[in-house]
Design a protein around this ligand. Sequence first.
Ligand code: SF4
Length: 248
Amino acid sequence: MATTSKIEWTEQTWNPTVGCTKVSPGCKFCYAEVMAQRLEAMGTPGYENGFQLTILPNRLLEPLKRKVPTVYFVNSMSDLFHEDVPFSYIDKVFEVIIQASQHTFQILTKRSARMAEYFEGKKAPKNAWIGVSVEDKKYGVPRIDDLRKIDAHIRFLSVEPLLEDVGQLDLSNIHWVIVGGESGRNARPMKAEWAESIRDQCKESGVAFFFKQWGGWGVDGKKRAKKYNGRELNGRTWDDMPDMSASV
Ligand code: SF4
């Protein structure tokens, strides 16, 4: 089922697969896991296997039914490049993306090596923005090099949950960076200087910067509900989107 999203940088979600397995520290308090268990308990179609990776071909055609141009986040409840999703199924997802040319599709993975393998010798459709999660130095930062290998119109980083100072990043051929702190009951804190460093690097490199949220911890280092911590960094919001005329 495609649903309207509360995620600040997208409009709708489309989950042609659901479920996943954890691969790195950013997965520790995975929102999708908690949500999948809840949906399973409620008997929601598609979640009969809880958080186990499940391919849902009956959802493939959903974006084709919607005529209004829409920004879709693909697989908010899964990872399209999970090792249990065959390349033949990923081909089907991209066939729909190509056909649904009125929409924009944001695809984000932590399985960057598998994504780079999938795209070897292929170009991503122009309406597909391709991204990787970058939560830390050890697991997140190396994904950026995999992403750079992909021939895509828009390549982006989701630096969320930002778990540490990720240091100097190579932002060459990256078009958009989203930064956010972790939310949820067990959220780990983010420091302002970690986010500021990434913002400054984006500015130097001419990369669009989007500050999504503080999450569960505020700029003052206090834990409270996400909505009270807001999404201002240094007294303002940062909502840049990638330049659609960017060339590869
Ligand atoms: S890759 Fe994403 S969906 Fe999968 S477990 Fe990690 S955070 Fe959750």
